[in-house]
Design a protein around this ligand. Sequence first.
Ligand SMILES: [Zn+2]
Length: 195
Amino acid sequence: MPGRPVTTNVVCMTTSASLPAHPTPTASGGDSVTDRLVAANRRYASAFTDPGMDARPVLHVAVVACMDARLDLHKALGLELGDCHTIRNAGGVVTDDTIRSLTISQRALGTRSVILIHHTGCGLESLTEDFRHELEDEVGQRPAWAVEAFRDVDQDVRQSMQRVRTNPFLLHKDDVRGFVFDVHTGLLREIDPAT
Ligand SMILES: [Zn+2]
């Protein structure tokens, strides 16, 4: 059905629960959300001192996680500036582009451990590959990427660990661990790759 809008609830994917807590970006008098962020950056930079860090992560670790707005990786894992690489996308999926980043992270910037973090209530659980078909109907072009929707978050973490462990480009595959972050308790639950 050409012209049919994509009705899937992408907008609600990750933040629907927190939407009422935030004002509409332009409702309170003009500044866009980007303007507010740029203003916040001016304040940040005014107090910033260059720590003189190397680009290589201090803890030699790369974290692959969902882009979900409720997941504050640094706070949740006790990380400091400079500690790790963070690679995020919808679902925390190990895509070709994730592998690109991990390969550079390991071979050029010295990381050796990989942590994968998915989470409860992920927006990808409510999508299916129909999302791609609806997109194609609407815009007349089929996206080259898979939606990577899933039903079982534990199984999806296992699949992601497997993709990392079997990838030929990566140097370090002996310390790859996967977790599900509970957005209600803040706790990580480790996933056994063998189950
Ligand atoms: Zn998610």
